[in-house]
Design a protein around this ligand. Structure first.
Ligand SMILES: *Cc1c(COP(=O)(O)O)cnc(C)c1O
Length: 388
């Protein structure tokens, strides 16, 4: 079956065969409850702990510093709310950025409604936060800094190591959402100086609904859910052992292959960016060119509605994304592009192309072939809201 051209790998990735094999094997062969004392349980426990060792080793952590969760969203919640609640008597100020994933942004919104004070740092035109802005925002009552590693819409990579140094020097807990970064750029928790780091399996060719949170030794969190003693009391519930084993396999493969895949992804990205810029006028490339993920390209097409562009590409079998969020029926421009200072109309004229290991140069050439006509046609419709 022709599945079309999938250029939305920042939204999710197809599960790779090796990962599916691991999942199937554990799902059928190791069904025991990892908390049971008998052999069935101990078999599951062994898979669980081996998986934990694998995940830990791929990010430079110790096995007992990895907590398995249901994915990036839960990891972000556990980190941000878990740290804020446990430290609330020391202070109620949290520092984050205006470009975070909703999983962090909406946690911060919830904290604000509960009496916390949140500073949302701006970003520059390249979608980057400056470390000195973080330093300037720190107050005596600051208890947590949460800055994403790489932005999911523009691919811009943040100066995490510098911010980690500042956080450490000031004695403030530092969380980073590394969901888009893991498997794309090297991630080592000690080099970065982070205390908490979120990962999700389905962005690295693993299954959905499984992920992890790195919790540095000595960092305490309040759990969000109460139950048994699983995952060091931080995340109770019988463990999803097949998902965890598949996650471990996925992160192992993604990090081992990182360098070779990076080259392929960058080639595809530049091929598409150049092809678009050669054939279509009034296009803008958004985000940082120097400090960015190899697999995300964000471009604005003046005078075109991004959603219309997406739907027309879909008709041609090409899957991409707009950064805009759909809230109460109306699409709103991306909060990330707005934070970069891009005008709302131009922000709504944007597309995110995100590449994966299975994409080919032929697929990119197909996009370059069909996109100019679609843009021309949509511009010809003379949308009165269009910017030119
Ligand atoms: C996808 C994503 C998440 C959410 O992860 P889920 O596993 O889908 O809950 C969080 N942060 C970023 C940056 C993401 O790209």
């Amino acid at each position: 079956m022709d599945r079309g051209i999938y250029l939305d790998n920042a939204a999710t990735t197809p599960v790779r065969q090796e990962v599916q094999d691991t999942f199937d094997e554990v799902l059928s062969g190791t069904f025991g409850n990892a908390s049971s004392i008998h052999t069935f349980g101990q078999d599951a426990k062994r898979v669980l702990e081996e998986s934990r060792e694998t995940v830990a080793s791929r990010i430079g952590a110790q096995p007992d510093e990895v907590i398995f969760t249901s994915g990036g969203t839960e990891s972000d919640n556990l980190a941000v709310r878990g740290a804020a609640y446990v430290l609330k008597d020391r202070g109620r100020h949290v520092i984050t950025t205006a470009i975070e994933h909703p999983a962090v942004l909406n946690c911060c919104g919830a904290l604000e409604r509960e009496g916390f004070d949140v500073t949302y740092l701006p970003v520059d035109l390249e979608c980057r936060v400056h470390p000195d802005w973080v330093l300037d925002a720190i107050r005596p009552d600051t208890i947590l800094i949460t800055v994403m590693f790489a932005n999911n819409e523009t691919g811009s990579v943040q100066p995490i190591e510098e911010i980690g140094g500042i956080a450490r020097q000031k004695g403030v807990i530092f969380h980073t959402d590394a969901v888009q970064a893991v498997g794309k750029v090297p991630v080592d928790v000690d080099d970065l100086g982070v205390d908490l780091l979120s990962i999700s399996a389905h962005k690295i060719y693993g299954p959905k609904g499984i992920g992890g949170l790195y919790v540095r030794k000595g960092t305490t969190l309040d759990p969000l859910v109460y139950g048994g003693h699983h995952e060091k009391n931080l995340r109770p519930g019988t463990e999803n052992v097949p998902g965890i084993a598949a996650f471990a396999r996925a992160i192992e493969l993604a990090t081992v292959e990182l360098a070779s895949v990076k080259e392929h992804l960058e080639l595809l990205k530049e091929r598409l960016a150049n092809g678009i810029q050669e054939r279509i006028d009034m296009v803008h490339r958004n985000g940082s060119r120097d400090s960015c993920l190899p697999n995300i390209l964000n471009m604005s097409f003046s005078g075109v509605d991004g959603e219309a562009l997406l739907l027309n590409l879909d008709l041609m079998g090409i899957a991409v994304s707009t950064g805009s969020a759909c809230s109460s029926g109306a699409t709103e421009p991306s909060h990330v592009l707005l934070a970069m200072g891009i005008e709302p109309l131009l922000a709504q004229a944007s597309l995110r192309f995100s590449f994966g290991r299975e994409n080919t140069e032929e697929e990119i050439d197909r996009v370059i072939e069909v996109l100019p006509d679609i843009v021309k046609r949509l511009r010809g419709l003379g949308d009165s809201r269009a910017v030119r």
